[in-house]
Design a protein around this ligand. Structure first.
Ligand SMILES: [Zn+2]
Length: 343
């Protein structure tokens, strides 16, 4: 069972507030301020084609962290992207063109829901990007791509502008960059990237979460496709520049073997930001995949992100390097997907 009936925001997820982090005082008001700025500038101008397998550098193992953070920036520049908004429509165009140009098969899964405040219909669209679409044995990599309408955890400005750099754009940017690698990777299964809409079209306590993942899961259950999804990996808030990803408790409960296999992949490629220890119980899109679609799915989430649902969830809190680390784990996992346990 999950934790007791969540309240308001925690209905979506989390068992507690992320701990606060201090901003180093040397960043402000010091005559030394130019030094860190110069150092930062130099750091960001270093070569960004990063090798993912030690010194062995091949085209299939290079993830471009600069390009990934550029994607994140580009998405955030659209502005807020809640379900049914103009920003969301623009993002859909961007995603569709990006993956079509890369040679993937892009499909929409549209449906309507009632707006939680007005009751008028809101068009929701899950986007399914398929690699090797003929493969009958498949895995899902997924994220939500809508942003919360308001940064309601922001102490000063809970009705301010929310661009969701980590909470929304990070997963999309990760998959956009990973898309460049998919043709060279040799995944042992067909792979679908799925972008869920309506994860948090939430204005008030009691508003429903997870529209997109639940619709997807019910469709999969009620109208089974001619292929099978054996596993799913959900990413959410994985662009935090101070990345820490623990084993999420619902993932361990519902998909223990899968969750462990992902953290083993992280160990193999020496990504130490994946900490193989349980922390946080999070209600997120992976629940629908596990409980409705019966696809074992784990949630990779940095739930210690200080700027969650605030106006400060902006690109400067994220880094291409963090996206690269998660991509490195996903690529390792995709090339060695564990054999499914068949009934
Ligand atoms: Zn959120």
């Amino acid at each position: 069972m999950t934790k007791p009936a969540p309240q308001n925001e925690s209905q979506k997820r989390g068992d507690k507030d992320p701990p606060r982090r201090r901003v180093p005082t040397w960043l402000f008001g010091s005559s030394m301020v130019l030094v860190p700025i110069v150092m930062l500038t130099l750091a960001f101008n270093l070569p960004t084609q990063e090798t993912l397998e030690g010194d062995e550098k091949t085209s299939s193992t290079v993830f471009n962290s600069r390009r990934a953070s550029d994607y994140l920036l580009k998405i955030c520049r659209i502005g807020p992207r809640p379900s049914g908004s103009a920003g969301m429509a623009e993002q859909q165009k961007l995603i569709t063109k990006h993956f079509t140009d890369l040679g993937a098969d892009v499909r929409y899964q549209p449906f309507d829901v009632a707006h939680p405040l007005t009751g008028s219909p809101v068009r929701m669209t899950n986007i399914v990007v398929s690699w090797n679409p003929e493969a009958k044995e498949r895995v899902v990599l997924c994220c939500h791509y809508d942003t919360r309408p308001f940064p309601d955890r922001d102490f000063y400005n809970p009705r301010g502008k929310f661009v969701g750099a980590n909470d929304g754009a990070s997963g999309v940017a990760l998959f956009m960059e990973l898309g460049h690698r998919m043709k060279q990777l040799k995944p042992t299964f067909g792979v679908d990237f799925i972008f869920f809409d309506g994860e948090e079209l939430v204005y008030r306590k009691g508003d429903k979460y997870f529209w997109g993942s639940e619709y997807f899961a019910k469709q999969y259950r009620d109208n089974p496709p001619p292929y099978k999804y054996h596993y799913g990996i959900l990413v959410d808030m994985i662009g935090d520049r101070r990345l820490t990803i623990f084993m999420e408790r619902n993932s361990l409960r519902l998909a223990p073997n899968l969750t462990r296999s992902v953290f083993e992949a992280a160990k193999k490629v020496r990504v130490r930001e994946f900490i193989p220890r349980a922390k946080h119980e999070v209600r997120d899109d992976h629940l629908a995949l596990n409980e409705i679609a019966r696809i074992p799915c784990c949630d990779l989430i940095d739930f210690d992100y200080k700027y969650w649902h605030t106006t400060r969830d902006v690109p400067s809190q994220c880094s291409g390097g963090s996206l690269m680390k998660v991509a490195k784990v996903l690529m390792e996992w995709l090339e060695n997907v564990p054999q499914p346990i068949r009934p």
